[in-house]
Write a protein that binds this ligand. Structure first.
Ligand code: HEM
Ligand code: SF4
Ligand code: SF4
Length: 512
């Protein structure tokens, strides 16, 4: 990929602009758009916690359900009533962030190749989320619940599967039996359990998946629901009267929009829209013609089984097996269909240090299209070609600000697949090989194309993660800037600052 290409094309660029705007108030780490999956989990946990209390007080009989829930809102507003409202608003929020998460992943083109699994396991979650939400309205058994249950029955009757119409279950009070109500309870408890299982499945191929947003964002989400619950408490609508079709209802448009859509069109139209949308989402990953980049390759002779690549791989693409040649040692193995070809593992491997004396640097795990040995070679020749006393090296990434923007007579630039593919020892090596200063750059925090590369790079440079930049490296000669594609101005500025700083220092002497 060329430097600074934005995955997802024009929609991806549009989204990046929007996300940068939202980075402004609290920084990228607190931008909700960068944590939509984690916010989905937060709202799921809030639904589960509030739902447990509601279930404990719900009378699960057809005649008892309405009064038991209504009482909760009126007589115990301060606990049960608030929890009921939080439950409803958390359901709306869950659906909204799930849709936004899907849209974001689509806009960034994150549905193909190694992300196919995450995408395909996400699609059914969407259907489950709506089914769970719709089923929840039935349990109140007020007129909105009646409307939703009858509309769902009519909609299902549009399929040629049922011997007798489901709508018959709602003819009169006698047909709405406790058995039917048990089915409602079963649906509203069973589907969330399936959803939870689906969520677990969804993040199986993601290492260290973010299943809770940063604390400030979690508090913000929780307190917003609480404020809504207090300002606009959810109350039951009039009790069910099967002799009457409800005429005026305050509908929850986020969860129940499908019912008015059906009445405005027909059951067949809604079935066609739903199956068409699900089919399209399912086929999307297979329609892409983009070729898979060559995946990481392990070199058994240089793998000591340290497990650093296993710990750093963002896509759980590495496992360990007994080393075939060395007893009591392990060997890393790459699962090609999971590998994102990000190179982060090469950045973490202790054998990737350029100080090794071998003529051709071979490391334990590497990307064939961007080997560590070639990086050392290019770095050496690039530095040797510069004819100025204070040379600067910029290590960047193909997805962040384009390093070509800072090319000049005193600069040598290298763009890696991901900033995380840079072994920190290369910074020290560049300084010893004649560079006066080194700038490391990559995507904004929370915006790493490969999830964890930016974070690992910061931690490695700060000495908080292995392999770390050695303490002996003069900090005044090293700088970093985290800027996305299109933010080359920040890169130019950071390099200028470094240039001015090293101008005040002694010119370096060759030490390698
Ligand atoms: C039902 C609610 C959902 C929740 C709670 C959820 C949650 C998550 C989480 C926590 C991650 C990992 C994020 C990270 O740590 O980087 C993730 C990744 C992902 N999700 Fe979802 N997800 C949901 C639905 C969906 C849907 C409907 C789709 C699309 C059809 C989808 C597509 C993806 C993709 C493609 C990734 C991988 C992103 C990457 O590789 O960087 N998810 N999701
Ligand atoms: S290239 Fe990236 S995804 Fe593939 S094994 Fe290495 S760290 Fe994991
Ligand atoms: S980081 Fe390198 S040495 Fe360690 S297990 Fe992975 S490939 Fe082997």
């Amino acid at each position: 990929m060329s430097a600074a290409a934005v995955p997802g094309g024009r929609p991806g660029r549009l989204l990046q602009r929007l996300e940068r705007g939202l980075d402004w108030p609290g920084g990228a780490a607190l931008n909700p758009l960068r944590h939509l999956g984690a916010l989905g989990f937060l709202f799921f946990w809030l639904l589960a916690a509030s739902g447990i209390y509601l279930y404990a007080v719900l009378d699960t009989s057809a005649s008892g359900a309405y009064p038991s829930i209504d009482r909760l809102s009126r007589e115990q507003w301060y606990l049960g009533g608030v929890l009921r409202s939080v439950h409803r608003y958390a359901a709306d929020a869950f659906i909204l962030v799930t849709l936004a998460h899907l849209l974001r992943e689509w806009m960034l083109g994150r549905y193909r190749l190694f992300r196919r699994y995450s995408w395909l396991t996400g699609v059914p979650l969407l259907a489950f989320a709506f089914a769970c939400g719709i089923g929840g309205f039935w349990l109140n058994w007020d007129q909105l619940g009646q409307f939703s249950a009858q509309a769902t029955a009519e909609w299902l009757d549009g399929l040629p599967f049922f011997a007798s119409p489901l709508t018959r279950n709602f003819l009169n009070a006698a047909t709405v039996s406790d058995r039917l109500f048990s089915l409602f309870v079963f649906i509203h408890l069973g589907l969330p359990l399936l959803l939870l299982f689906g969520l677990w499945f969804h993040i199986q191929r993601i290492s260290l998946a973010e299943v809770l947003p940063p604390r400030a964002l979690a508090w913000g989400g929780g307190l917003t629901l609480l404020a809504l619950a207090l300002l606009q408490p959810v109350l039951s609508q009039p009790a069910v009267d099967l002799a009457l079709a409800p005429t005026v209802l305050a509908i929850d448009w986020i969860v129940l929009f499908v019912h008015p859509l059906m009445y405005a069109t027909s059951a067949a139209v809604v079935w066609s829209l739903l199956s068409g949308a699900l089919l399209l989402l399912t086929l999307l990953p297979f329609l892409s013609r983009r070729q898979r980049a060559p995946v990481a390759v392990v070199e058994p002779d240089y793998c000591n089984g340290c497990r650093r690549c296993l710990a750093d791989c963002p896509y759980a693409a590495i496992s360990m097996v007994p080393h075939p040649q060395r007893s009591a040692r392990e060997l890393a193995v790459v699962h090609p269909h999971l590998c994102a070809a990000c190179g982060i593992c090469a950045g973490s491997c202790p054998s990737s240090t350029p100080f090794r004396s071998m003529a051709e640097l071979v490391t334990g795990i590497d990307l064939p299209q961007s080997p560590i040995g070639a990086l050392r070679q290019r770095l050496r020749s690039g530095l040797a070609a510069l004819q100025v006393p204070r040379k600067l090296v910029v290590f960047g990434c193909d997805h962040g600000a384009d390093v070509r923007a800072v090319q000049g007579p005193d600069v040598v630039t290298h763009s890696l697949v991901c900033a995380g593919a840079l072994p920190p020892s290369f910074v020290e090596y560049a300084l010893r090989d004649g560079a006066a200063g080194v700038l490391v750059t990559g995507c904004r925090p929370g915006a790493c194309e490969f999830r964890l590369g930016q974070q690992w790079t910061v931690e490695r440079l700060d000495g908080a993660r292995e392999p770390h930049l050695r303490d002996s490296v003069p900090p005044e000669r090293v700088a970093s800037v985290w800027a996305g594609a299109g933010e080359e101005g920040a890169l130019v500025q950071a390099l200028d600052q470094l240039r001015q700083r090293v101008a005040r220092l002694e010119p370096p002497s060759l030490q390698t």
